[in-house]
Design a protein around this ligand. Structure first.
Ligand code: NAD
Ligand code: UGA
Length: 468
């Protein structure tokens, strides 16, 4: 019979583990949830008295305020968390491998393996172990082999796959009312019981018909498939945006017309400077690697093109800036508004803004960056990593971090909108215009400005997916 879950441990207190398990704690007062991480600074931030949490996510602070100290705890004592739990989420990072076999494509499963080995070494009773991290298809099998080979004789492990579909910036909303919760298990009686135990946790707040239970391998593959198909829509619309710019069609109108077909749907058809975030590129490359390992080169090439189109879109946008500014931006000041990979997050992983600033610096432009949520030290880290051969003194000389959008635009030749922060829709453009060199250019990489209004002020406006 299914075990009733009373204690949950989540290994990994990051963008997924933190919000996900905070919401579980909020909705399941009868379950004690402990989120553990090796990173002391991160745990300290989760525990900070003034709720200065390690990640910015609308609504998160409120959830943590309600549950922390009641049935939600954050700790660096990984072993204690493992020992006490009936169910353990593994929510550690799975970045793209940087070296060795599959470098640049395959997922680095080292953190998953280390966490799994720790569970095997420490557990003194049977556990349900849940893959929350995004992993290649059949990773659960490796986890099971490791657990079975290293555990104490009285410990039995059931492994479930429960991928997370939240998007940053809307994580709390996504967790409170998910389109679906996906749970994969082996189709054995024990596997199905474990699946029922986890389904009961979600049933505290998620309607039963939204909890999908499937086989283990389908669940693992569905996560990669979902991200690949979402990213593919963006690359498709971005590919069409290039045709729009060359023909006078307007990508906004095209996307609207195409999306009105209920078979296509209107979401995720916003042309942009290119998608960013920690997962789309990583997960597609992971799928490409999987396809290649399975000797399916046509399948691999198909998905690889989604990432290549995205690289093209980023390059194309920075080139358009240079072309429009009379083919040179050397010594010119460019304001980059937004550095996060999307609005409502402080996360910059794979942000298109990083590529744009790198290209501008390479052209010897002076760049002012403003983002309302990204910490300054993070911007410096990202730029150093993006330009490994450029001395940091050069980067510091060419790049300035500005305290506001207005400040960033002062004395600039061009304003480039890289992130769709709401506040960029209500900038005082008259003041911006007065403070800029002329002609004053605006490049909207997110389709958020009122083009007519800006042109009336005097700006030369370039929008993604629109001809001049
Ligand atoms: P993250 O880097 O923010 O967090 C991972 C945390 O795990 C880090 O704090 C790290 O210190 C900790 N950790 C690593 N190894 C550990 C160990 N052995 N013991 C204890 N702690 C350990 O990563 P994230 O963005 O939360 O992503 C986690 C996983 O979820 C990834 O597989 C990712 O693909 C997937 N995912 C992410 C998102 C997203 O929006 N960020 C959405 C869905 C799925
Ligand atoms: C994405 C998925 O939406 C989540 O379902 C998934 O759980 C997550 O990846 C993950 O596995 O990490 P996230 O990357 O947080 O979530 O944010 P998205 O809203 O998907 O945006 C990703 C990127 O695509 C952003 O740079 C965004 O600006 C861009 N985008 C999105 C577009 O350019 N156009 C669109 O129409 C939509």
């Amino acid at each position: 019979a299914p075990v009733q879950v009373k204690k949950i441990c989540c290994i990994g207190a990051g963008y997924v583990g933190g919000p996900t398990c905070a919401v579980i704690a909020l909705k399941c007062p009868d379950i004690t949830v402990t989120i553990v991480d090796l990173n002391q600074a991160r745990i300290n931030a989760w525990n900070s008295a003034d709720f200065d949490l390690p990640i910015y996510e609308p609504g998160l602070e409120d959830v943590v305020r309600q549950a922390r100290g009641r049935n939600l705890f954050f700790s660096t004592d990984v072993d204690k968390g493992i020992k006490e739990a009936d169910l353990i989420f593994v929510s550690v990072n799975t970045p793209t491998k940087k070296a060795g076999v599959g470098a640049g494509f395959a997922a680095d499963l080292n953190y998953v393996e280390l966490a799994t080995r720790r569970i095997a070494a420490i557990a003194e009773s049977s556990k349900i172990v849940v893959e929350k991290s995004t992993v290649p298809c059949r990773t659960a099998e490796s986890m099971r082999t490791i657990l079975e080979a290293n555990s104490k004789p009285n410990c039995k492990f059931q492994i479930l796959s429960n991928p997370e579909f939240l998007a940053e910036g809307t994580a709390i909303q996504d967790l409170l009312s998910p389109d679906r919760v996906l749970i994969g298990s082996l189709q054995t009686p024990e596997g199905k019981d474990a699946c029922a135990s986890l389904a009961d946790v979600y049933a505290h707040w998620v309607p039963k018909d939204r909890i999908l239970t499937v086989g283990l391998w389908s669940s693992e593959l569905s996560k990669l498939a979902a991200n690949a198909m979402l990213a593919q829509r963006i690359s498709s619309i971005n590919a069409l945006s290039a045709i729009c710019e060359a023909t006078g069609a307007n990508i906004d109108e095209v996307a609207h017309a195409v999306g009105r077909d209920s078979r296509v749907g209107s979401k995720f058809l916003r042309a942009s400077v290119g998608f960013g975030g920690s997962c789309f590129q990583k997960d597609i490359l992971n799928l490409v690697y999987l396809s290649e390992s399975l000797h399916l080169p046509e399948v691999a090439a198909y998905w690889r093109q989604v990432v290549e189109m995205n690289e093209y879109q980023k390059r194309r946008f920075s080139k358009r800036v240079v072309d429009t500014l009379f083919n040179t931006i050397t010594g010119k000041r460019i304001a980059v508004l937004g550095f996060a990979f999307k609005a409502d997050t402080g996360d910059t992983r794979e942000s298109a803004a990083i590529s744009l600033v790198r290209d501008f610096v390479a052209e010897r432009a002076l760049v002012n960056i403003y983002d309302p949520k990204v910490p300054h030290e993070q911007i410096w880290l990202d730029l150093a990593e993006a330009m490994p051969t450029t001395p940091s003194a050069t980067i510091q000389k060419q790049v300035t971090l500005s305290p506001s959008a207005l400040e960033a635009c002062k004395n600039a030749e061009a304003v480039v909108i890289a992130t769709e922060w709401k506040e960029f829709k209500t900038i005082d453009w008259e003041t911006v215009y007065a403070g800029m060199n002329k002609p004053a250019f605006v490049f909207d990489g997110r389709m958020i400005v009122d083009v007519e209004k800006l042109r009336n002020i005097g700006f030369k406006v370039t929008v993604i997916g629109r001809g001049e």
